[in-house]
Write a protein that binds this ligand. Structure first.
Ligand SMILES: [Zn+2]
Length: 170
């Protein structure tokens, strides 16, 4: 396993649309191992491959609380096939936009189909934090960040702050 660097706003690679995984080979399994290592180290509850610079449609997640045993989940080629009319608001953050949070309104329930590590087609009906997380991570696969769901004023302010910080870092 290898700890990978997490891309930070305004890195343009975060805006790339990720490619579907065609075959779950050793390379994809290694990518997933790296993603879990990087996600746990950060620490974060969800990570899309594009956040470590690999634009493949792979998402890792672990929503277990600190005192609970680890509960790693992986979603390959995830796709939202249904969303509820009912919505929910969660305060979201993102490893690619550190120490920045904002209330995002999304469908409260979603159905997602995806491939598991063995390449089997699965689906999951999610609500609560899992529903929000899945939508946040699937957004990443389409080059969308949670700040895109905020008002233009808030989004511009965040982008400006991170663009300045990136310039300072050279
Ligand atoms: Zn994110």
């Amino acid at each position: 396993m290898a700890l990978r660097e997490i891309l930070i706003l305004p890195d343009k690679r975060l805006r790339k649309v990720s490619e579907p995984v065609k075959k779950i080979d050793a390379g994809v399994r290694k990518l997933i191992e790296d993603m879990f290592e990087t996600m746990y180290e950060a620490p974060g509850i969800g990570l899309a491959a594009v956040q470590i610079g690999t634009s493949k449609r792979v998402v890792t997640m672990d929503l277990a609380k600190k005192e609970e045993p680890k509960s790693p989940q992986v979603f390959i080629n995830p796709e939202i096939v249904w969303t509820s009319d009912e919505t929910a608001i969660y305060e979201e953050g993102c490893l690619s936009i550190p120490e920045t949070y904002g209330d995002v309104e999304r469908p409260a329930q979603v159905k997602v189909k995806y491939l598991d590590l063995e390449g089997a087609q699965r689906d999951i009906e999610a609500n609560g934090l899992l529903a929000t997380c899945l939508q946040h991570e699937i957004d990443h696969l389409n080059g969308i960040l949670f700040i895109d769901h905020l008002s233009k004023l808030k989004r511009d302010r965040i982008i400006k702050k991170f663009t300045k910080a990136a310039k300072r870092a050279g």
